[in-house]
Design a protein around this ligand. Structure first.
Ligand SMILES: *Cc1c(COP(=O)(O)O)cnc(C)c1O
Length: 422
């Protein structure tokens, strides 16, 4: 459920009309709903009630400081994957003991900063990384808490680019070698083993892969405890999918996901951590664009809009579907016609939808992309020298620009022509 609905023929974000925001800041822009983000955080909290747990929002999905602040104020932790994200987490006021650090390529500097911030844990993905963290921690006279990410070799049945739990993926260590690697970790003075980590992929629309993976984690917990390790935390990753196509998709509910967790690892006496990203932010955001032209091609109509693949790359990169709706509510009997919705970038890949059946939208009229709150703004670029678009946060009847639109001057000022070229 989200807070973007038509009222009196107009699309609203909570109690603000999209057209009011557009009148003030122009298009295109991203808009996020505070109530929706808060609701999603609460739903996960409730799904894990009865188990000691911490929901660590995977901030790579949407790392705007205001969005992070909502999560922090709701008591959530944050899952970071880079030094930049760690700086953002700290700037948003997240206490170190609620920050987990994931990712396959953590550098010396990133480890040092994480230890200085006294973060909750590093999720270790390989033996060389483990050795490096041990070195860094020892040289600082500290110990770093770790989990080791195991690769359970299950098929998450999701898009290849976002599947991470198969043996051929680059993530984690094979679960078959886990005992050996945990023994090595236990022998390192700078490390304190606190648990196990697993994350099998993103946009999962089926609970079965979770069930298989978590069962393997439970089995491993028994083995590692028998080997003498104090396994007290299980980080089960993120990845629960959202309905991008509301008419025909119904991914599992967080409640049922919570039941799977309860059933598979709930009686191990471990603190449960989860790292949802997409489900927190995805349906809490819209991308709003205006129509530059409606072009009638040969047997095909095109809607050329002022947002492009640089603003929202998911359709080009993952062949992703986004529901696209007019900002002005169409009449019930408005004619429906197929249209290709495209951006102005000089690539055929800059296509958001082909032959999409929708009410006719004309030049100068706005459209809204649903489910654009996750992996939207964070993956945008300035390709074609199109400045990053603004982000707006709505809360009830107020809205605030939480990242302003840069000027062309701002964009040019970042670059230099060397003296010898002047
Ligand atoms: C990307 C990622 C997540 C979040 O995945 P979502 O599909 O957005 O929930 C969580 N944990 C790790 C380690 C990730 O890489």
């Amino acid at each position: 459920m989200d807070h973007f609905t038509y009222k009196n023929g107009e699309l609203y974000a909570e109690d603000v009309t999209i057209s009011d925001i557009a009148a003030e800041i122009g298009t295109p822009f991203y808009v996020y709903s505070t109530a929706t983000i808060e609701r999603h955080l609460r739903v996960f909290d409730e799904a894990l009630s009865g188990m000691p747990h911490l929901v660590c929002y995977a901030m790579k999905a949407n790392s705007n400081l205001a969005v992070l602040r909502i999560a922090v104020k709701a008591g959530a932790g944050l899952d970071v994957v880079s030094e930049g994200e760690l700086h953002r987490a700290i700037a948003a006021g997240c206490p170190g003991d609620k920050i987990v650090f994931s990712g396959v390529g953590k550098t010396h500097e990133e480890m040092q900063l994480g230890i200085e911030a006294n973060i909750r844990q590093f999720n270790i993905e390989s033996e060389p990384e483990m050795a490096r963290l041990n070195e860094v921690a020892t040289s600082m006279g500290r110990t770093a808490r770790i989990t080791i990410r195991v690769n359970p070799d299950v098929d998450a049945k999701t898009h290849a680019k976002i599947s991470t739990g198969k043996a051929a993926d680059k993530f984690g260590i094979p679960i078959s070698r886990a005992r050996e690697v945990y023994a090595l970790a236990a022998s390192m003075e700078g490390l304190e083993v606190v648990g196990i980590d697993v994350h099998i992929g993103s946009q999962l629309t089926d609970l079965e892969p979770y069930e298989s993976a978590f069962k393997k984690v439970a089995e491993l917990t028994y083995q590692l405890r028998a080997d003498g390790h104090d396994i007290r935390r299980l980080d089960l990753g993120g990845g629960l999918g959202i309905p991008y196509q509301q008419s025909n998709e119904a991914p599992p509910l967080p409640f049922d996901y919570g039941q799977v967790i309860q059933r598979t690892v709930g009686d191990l006496g471990c603190e449960i951590e989860i790292e949802p990203g997409r489900l927190i932010a995805g349906n809490a955001g819209l991308l709003i664009a205006n129509t530059i032209y409606r072009k009638n091609g040969e047997g095909r109509d095109f809607l050329i809009i002022n947002a492009a693949m640089n603003d929202l790359i998911r359709p080009a990169m993952y062949e992703a579907w986004h529901d696209i709706i007019p900002v002005k509510e169409p009449a019930h009997d408005a004619p429906i016609a197929p249209v290709d919705i495209v951006g102005p970038v000089c690539e055929s890949g800059d296509t958001f939808a082909k032959q999409r059946e929708m009410a006719i939208v004309n030049e100068g009229e706005m459209v809204a992309f649903r489910s654009a709150g996750a992996y939207g703004a964070v993956m945008s670029s300035e390709y074609n020298s199109r400045p990053l678009i603004p982000e707006v946060l709505v809360n009830g009847s107020r809205f605030d620009v939480v990242r302003p639109r840069p000027t062309y001057d701002d964009m040019l000022k970042r670059e230099r022509i060397p003296d010898w070229l002047k």
